[in-house]
Ligand binder design. Structure first.
Ligand code: SAT
Ligand code: MN
Length: 586
């Protein structure tokens, strides 16, 4: 039974069904009974494996095809009428040409299969800032993941209007040569075919909440960003919120769920997680920037997650979680991944379903981009504001990448426009979250390179314009937890100790830390950084903060390439900022 009587919605579903020709059509109402039934079906076909229900209640394991383990940026398209509107950082094809190509791939793709109709909301249902969509899919795995990652079912269906976001996913032959992740921002439409992996198929996430939403945000005066949102509560009980942008697999989930060092905790400091991946930012009536997390769960990287690095994430995954491409421990029917503990199972199956002995195998058991899909409400430090339809006010924006060299631990930009420049020149070493080489430095402006749904030059202009409209803009910072010393060791301890940097950032936001001027902006003095309980000498600090002119010259050269590509859409203000920086290093 259809869960809406909106004719536009129903007509579109009919049209997609006529093309894909499923045997059955099932509406997802989001009820426990329906989810349980789908899990049972998926277990019967082997799509899911039910894990030890005493140790991991409600948890399941799934493996994707070996050639289908990460986002495929080379096959991700923005199809708008004018190529210029997609810009130099997106793949583009004319919409009619792409529709025709996809039509061939979708025709009959669901023959003999069931098409699930998933109505969902990005954001708290009924919030003035929520947006609604439908994903059609022939994959139960996608349904179950969407039900964790977004708010699915009747309440979302009731809100569907003519402007709903249309999403069609068909597994088809899972053929990597015909894999496409396509966005038609002018039609509010997303089409995904020949993949079964996370960001390629959970269409509410990167496709809707970033690529389509960034396009909508530009038109409507708000922003969709690849940012975690966290709240820092001080001993007086006041909570201040930060939004922080890092590329995929650079520790957003860890930072969002940070546990402060012991002496902070004893003094009464707490960190609350509002979101770990996506923030929708808008200007509030009070003239501040407000952020809300449109998601409902976490799609986190498993390897490296452990009781030390992120106990909150680990606790979050102990129930009602779907694990993808991790090790299956056959001894007790649980899961394992590299970096979970020092005790890999001997009697196990690796991410490709092959017998695996963690004690003797030289190969990794879990895929480096293996994931957990877990409900946000499982998280021990989930913010009491997580379900607030208004979101939270933001005191500081933080940009960061994974840089072994060049980028200092932390600095504050001089003002909003300079902060936008700082975001625009971001770079990071690539990770396993996308297919391709790992560890290569690439420009990744605002950590949005693969997610900006329109021309990057227009996107930067939108950032600059937002700063002119917001009366009390948050301060903008840059951080790098990953700088290494000459011997290749990380200089900064990272993880929970990142609290010390957040502390300085928030003191700056309150005007309580003087800092020192550098050519990049304002940095902490050694004394301003809390070092209680860690060994972090002034020498290490200096190495961590050093600005090496020859490295920065090379940096600016590589950065120039992106600015040159943007061409006439490059905002003049950013070019001015660039000239200032070039001068300061020459
Ligand atoms: O694959 S996802 O896009 O969902 C995760 C990520 O790359 O950040
Ligand atoms: Mn992400």
């Amino acid at each position: 039974m259809a869960l809406t009587n909106n004719q536009t919605v129903l007509d579109w579903i009919d049209e997609m069904a006529a093309m894909t020709q499923p045997e059955h059509i099932v509406w997802i109402d989001g009820s426990d009974a329906q989810m349980e039934e789908l899990r049972a079906q998926a277990c019967a076909t082997g799509e899911l494996e039910k894990l030890n229900q005493e140790k991991l209640p409600g948890c399941y394991l799934h493996r994707t095809a070996a050639n289908d383990v990460a986002r495929v940026e080379g096959r991700t398209f923005i199809c708008c009428r004018k190529q210029e509107d997609a810009g130099p950082t997106n793949n583009w094809m004319a919409p009619e040409e792409m529709y025709a190509r996809l039509r061939r791939l979708y025709t009959g793709a669901m023959k003999g299969r069931t098409m699930y109709v998933i109505p969902y909301s990005m954001g708290v249902v009924g919030s003035p800032f929520a947006k609604y969509g439908i994903e059609l899919t022939d994959s139960i795995y996608v349904v179950l993941n969407m039900a964790i990652m977004t708010r699915v079912g009747r309440d979302a269906a009731r809100r569907l209007e003519d402007d709903f976001v249309k999403g069609l996913h068909a597994t088809a032959d899972n053929d990597p040569e015909n894999r496409y992740i396509v966005h038609f921002p002018e039609d509010n439409t997303i089409m995904s075919v020949n993949s079964g992996y996370g960001g390629n198929v959970l269409l509410g996430k990167k496709c809707f909440a970033l690529r389509i939403a960034s396009h909508l945000g530009r038109q409507q005066g708000w922003m969709a960003e690849h940012m975690l949102i966290l709240g820092v509560e001080n001993p007086q009980g006041e909570v201040r919120y930060l939004a922080a942008a890092f590329p995929s697999a650079c520790g957003k989930t860890n930072l969002a769920m940070l546990i402060p060092p012991e002496h902070y905790r004893k003094a009464g400091w707490k960190v609350w997680c509002v979101g770990d991946d996506i923030a929708w930012l808008r200007i509030g009536e009070d003239g501040r920037l407000w952020a809300m997390n449109p998601e409902y769960g976490f799609f986190g990287v498993a390897p490296g997650t452990n009781v030390k690095s992120n106990p909150n994430a680990l606790a979050t995954t102990r129930q009602d979680t779907i694990f993808t491409n991790v090790v299956h421990n056959l001894d007790d029917n649980t899961v394992w991944w590299e970096g979970l503990d020092k005790n890999p199972p001997e009697h196990a199956v690796d991410w490709q379903g092959r017998p695996w002995n963690g004690k003797t195998s030289s190969e990794k058991g879990a895929h480096p981009n293996s994931r957990f899909t877990a409900p946000a409400k499982n998280c021990p430090c989930i913010s009491p504001e997580f379900e607030n339809p208004q979101g939270v006010p933001i005191s500081a924006i933080v940009f960061g990448g994974r840089r072994a060299r060049t980028a200092p631990l932390v600095y504050q930009s001089r003002d909003w426009a300079h902060g936008v420049f700082v975001g625009s020149i971001m770079a990071s070493e690539t990770t396993a979250a996308a297919t391709g080489a790992v560890g290569v430095v690439r420009r990744d402006p605002m950590a949005m390179l693969p997610f900006i749904g329109y021309n990057v030059g227009d996107y930067w202009q939108h950032w600059l314009d937002m700063g002119k409209t917001v009366a009390n803009p948050p301060l903008i910072f840059n951080v790098n937890w990953f700088r290494k010393d000459k011997d290749g060791n990380f200089i900064w301890p990272g993880f929970g100790d990142n609290m010390r940097v957040l502390d300085w950032i928030l003191r700056r936001a309150k005007g309580k830390a003087e800092g020192q001027k550098t050519v990049l902006g304002v940095s902490p003095t050694y004394d301003e950084l809390d070092k209680t309980g860690i060994d972090y000498s002034e020498e290490q600090f200096n190495a961590n903060m050093a600005l090496n002119p020859s490295e920065w010259k090379a940096e600016l050269e590589s950065q120039t390439e992106l600015f040159d590509k943007v061409g006439k859409k490059l905002p003049a203000e950013l070019e001015e900022q660039r000239q200032i920086l070039i001068k300061s290093f020459s």
